[in-house]
Design a protein around this ligand. Structure first.
Ligand SMILES: C[S@@+](CC[C@H](N)C(=O)[O-])C[C@H]1O[C@@H](n2cnc3c(N)ncnc32)[C@H](O)[C@@H]1O
Length: 399
């Protein structure tokens, strides 16, 4: 779940099959409408399925749906990123914290500053910078606080979003740069807001006897879920209710391991919605956490409107912590976003803010909005400092 406004109740639009997409391509060049994008992407994925012998894992499908160059949801140049719902449905598909309120970055800047000082560093690394909103707001906050940040490096997989970021951040000149691969080594503060949830996940289904891997096949020209036997299983023993479908996120864990391996000295902060494993794999969460977002509405069917909506899973923060620890990092804090921002001084900062800004900022910390479901995890190497953002309400023991 990102911050959206409702649920569509799973309306199933007509799927674009490979045949239709090929016919569309044969008709020659045409305007890139949402339908043609979805058809072209559907055709590509159908080819992947055929090449793989009739079945691909959901991880493969999710990667293709989100990141196929030019066609995937995050790879399209026209992604209506972060706008609130507007008249006639002109808004974006969801809104993230930095898009909702600049006070998110202003409070976060307090923790980043402490991390930089503790690491004796002047460099920030942001993964998955979206529209560039967080980078712009943080750099403004650093300037206002007089914090010398020499370089702000962005690692972004989407070419379309990278172009948007370059435009938005042009005013900051050469302080901002983009890296095509994991910077190495990194010394300073690493940030990732709502990045881990966008990493492709595997789906696992339990029938009461054994686990299957849920993947995608073609059935009568349409995408359909299909299960295959697997040795994979969730990281906790259960119990699981028959019919459970859940997720594991090897790519998110591998990403955290890579970041950890390159973090020479400093602090990594990942902010996202999710839980520790005992909540993630709770018997009552038998439908898992897979969710799609389009036009501020949530639905649970990733197989329709492929490329036109976001696909996301909640983050298993225990797995994040274990991946980091295995790579030699210390888990220095884990708490809710609300707690974290208040620990960073958000309430005092807002004292003189206009009412409208205070109302938006309240959504960052309110328990029924982003304050409780979203968590912040702090991973450190070589720092001997109690982190401000976790001084009250640290839940590291719950991981
Ligand atoms: C949900 S958006 C969040 C954007 C932004 N951080 C925000 O909060 O508004 C996810 C972002 O992560 C990027 N992304 C996904 N996987 C990534 C990876 N492995 N490395 C870098 N960026 C990635 C996507 O392209 C997108 O910019």
């Amino acid at each position: 779940m990102r911050l959206g406004c409702g649920s569509s109740g799973g309306d199933r639009d007509v799927l674009h099959d490979a045949f239709n997409a090929r016919q569309a391509a044969l008709r020659g060049p045409r305007m890139s409408t949402p339908d043609s994008v979805s058809a072209a992407l559907g055709s590509r994925i159908a080819e992947d399925i055929a090449t793989a012998g009739g079945w691909i894992g959901f991880e493969h499908f999710m990667h293709a749906a989100l990141y196929t160059p030019g066609l995937g949801y995050y790879a399209r140049g026209d992604l209506p990123f972060g706008r609130l719902p507007g008249p006639g449905g002109q808004g974006g598909d969801f809104v993230t914290a930095p898009e909702l309120s600049p006070w998110f970055a202003r409070a976060l800047a307090v923790q980043v500053t402490q991390g930089l000082q503790a690491a004796q560093a002047d460099e920030v690394f942001e993964f998955g910078a979206g529209s560039g909103a967080l980078a712009a707001q943080l750099l403004q906050a650093f300037d206002a606080l007089g914090v010398p940040v020499r370089r702000y490096t962005i690692v972004e997989v989407s070419g379309g979003l990278r172009a948007r970021q370059r435009e938005r951040l042009a005013a900051f000149g050469e302080r901002v740069r983009w890296a095509d691969a994991m910077p190495a080594p990194m010394r300073g503060v690493v940030l990732g807001n709502e990045v881990l949830d966008a990493m492709p996940a595997r789906l696992l289904a339990w029938d009461g006897q054994s686990w299957s891997e849920r993947g995608v096949a073609l059935h009568q020209g349409r995408f359909a879920f299909a299960d295959r036997p697997t040795d994979a299983k969730p990281p906790t023993p259960g119990p699981f209710v028959p019919g459970t479908v859940t997720e594991v996120q090897p790519q998110a864990a591998a990403f955290v391991s890579s970041v950890a391996a390159q973090l020479e000295r400093g602090l990594a902060l990942f902010i996202d919605y999710g839980f520790p494993q005992d909540e993630y794999y709770h018997p009552q969460r038998s439908a898992g956490t897979l969710m799609c977002h389009r036009g501020h509405r949530a639905d649970g069917d990733p197989l329709v409107d492929v490329g036109l909506k976001d696909i996301t899973v909640h983050v298993d923060f225990t797995a994040v912590a274990l991946a980091a620890q295995e790579a030699g990092l210390e888990v220095a804090g884990y708490t809710s976003q609300g707690r974290f921002l208040l620990n960073c001084g958000l309430a005092d900062m807002l004292a003189d803010a206009p009412l409208r800004e205070r109302a938006d900022a309240h959504r960052l910390v309110a328990e029924h909005e982003m304050g409780e479901l979203f968590k912040v995890i702090a991973l450190t190497r070589g720092l001997d400092t109690e982190l401000l953002g976790f001084r009250a309400g640290d839940r590291t023991h719950r991981l």
